[in-house]
Design a protein. Structure first.
Length: 409
């Protein structure tokens, strides 16, 4: 879209200035300080470290620990992934190494933001506070509380074992907020009934910001040859965390719920792959954006398209700063009972662009209201008195714009 000199992508997030809203999430792309440094050089404004522990020697990752879910592409044997499940644990690198790397990163990249992700159990404040203080002393700009990992760590009384308990989540947040002067951000799990309630409790306890969400608890599939759930580790598996485009709708709902329940900045996470995804998260209340799976699939260089695409969208819509966009779409979220029931739309099919694939006819016949007829010449017609306006046909049509919803003829 070309340069957008008049668009300001910088973000003031809890008093910390990000060059742009794009941040690497705490995940394999931030396994080491060296990797984070390469990402900063590529154009990422910030990074959240892999989650740090006091004693990382207790961590041993299995192999393999990833499994993917996709649909078959156009080329024979090809696959396009829309979800990734992982059973990888937090960092297995010694805390002293991480503290040195945080220090080095801030010396080499003073304008980039290093967020230290930390984790401990909720039995006492000592571990959380010690970790937070050491990261602050090393130069970290912010602390992110990992109280949301859905696999491996909950069995140890950590991760989502904390984030799924409002009282525990608030208690841990309060401990860390008291211990450090830098901003504290609580990371939410989507695996709760109302993420807004948990977020509000953390804010009331002292959180300066909320990040949402961590991965969705999942079992991605079963190998029908070996009958082992995936990923298979010597014939066995465990439930893991789902990420990627498939979880974006869940994450968007979480961000909107948190924005409605609190008044602190939100870092949006979950399925951000393209600039369009980024724009949606911002419009629903996020002001920084954390990315993981897309980087794992395509590398740090996706930052160019993210930045350029978002700037182009902002210019087109008349936004000059990120803050102009934040939460703009929230006012258009209303209770279902308040939606317009008087305006009645029906489907319209443009047979000049139709590929005669039968998708609309079959879906309406077997999953809709039998409003579409198919002539012997493969011309599709909508019987408007039968069409309920559900839009199923438009959703399954492979040709953009071939089926539209509009007033009755």
């Amino acid at each position: 879209m070309g340069n957008q000199e008049d668009i300001d992508l910088s973000v003031d997030f809890c008093g910390v200035t990000f060059l742009n809203p794009f941040v690497l999430a705490s995940a394999p792309p931030t396994t080491t300080g060296g990797m984070i440094g390469r990402a900063f050089k590529a154009g990422w404004a910030g990074a959240v470290t892999k989650t740090l522990l006091i004693n990382a020697s207790t961590i041993t990752n299995v192999t393999p620990r990833l499994a993917s879910l996709g649909f078959k592409g156009q080329a024979p044997g090809s696959k396009v992934n829309y979800a990734l499940e992982n059973i990888e644990l937090v960092t297995d690198r010694d805390l002293s190494l991480w503290l040195k790397e945080i220090e080095d990163l801030k010396k080499k990249f003073p304008d980039h933001i290093v967020i230290a992700s930390i984790m401990d159990d909720a039995s006492e404040p000592k571990g959380w506070q010690r970790l937070a203080k050491q990261c602050e002393e090393a130069g970290a700009d912010m602390i992110e509380l990992n109280m949301s990992c859905p696999h491996g760590m909950p069995e140890r009384g950590m991760g989502s074992a904390i984030g799924q308990d409002i009282d525990l989540a608030a208690r841990v947040t309060g401990w860390v907020a008291e211990a450090v002067d830098i901003p504290v951000m609580a990371k939410m799990t989507p695996n709760v009934t109302d993420v807004g309630l948990v977020a509000k409790a953390c804010v009331d306890a002292g959180a300066d910001a909320i990040s949402a969400t961590n991965t969705v608890a999942s079992i991605i599939g079963v190998d029908l040859e070996t009958l082992s759930p995936l990923p298979s580790v010597s014939g066995y598996s465990a439930h893991g965390g789902l990420s990627g485009p498939a979880i974006k709708p869940i994450a968007l709902k979480a961000v909107a719920s948190i924005a409605e329940a609190t008044d602190v900045p939100i870092s949006g996470i979950g399925g951000i792959t393209a600039w369009e995804d980024a724009a949606e998260f911002i419009l629903l209340g996020a002001s920084t954006l954390q990315v993981c799976t897309a980087v794992m699939m395509h590398g740090y260089s996706i930052i160019d398209n993210l930045v350029e695409g978002l700037a182009g969208f902002m210019k087109k819509k008349g936004f000059t700063t990120i803050s102009d966009m934040v939460g703009v779409s929230l006012e258009k979220l209303i209770p279902l009972g308040e939606l317009d029931t008087k305006t009645r739309l029906v489907a319209h099919i443009d047979n000049t662009t139709c590929t005669q694939c039968d998708a609309c006819f079959i879906s309406c016949r077997d999953g809709g209201y039998q409003a579409i007829t198919r002539g012997s010449d493969k011309v599709y017609k909508v019987t408007e008195k039968l069409c309920s306006g559900c839009s199923l046909c438009m959703q399954v049509c492979p040709v953009s714009g071939c089926i539209t919803m509009g007033p009755k003829s």
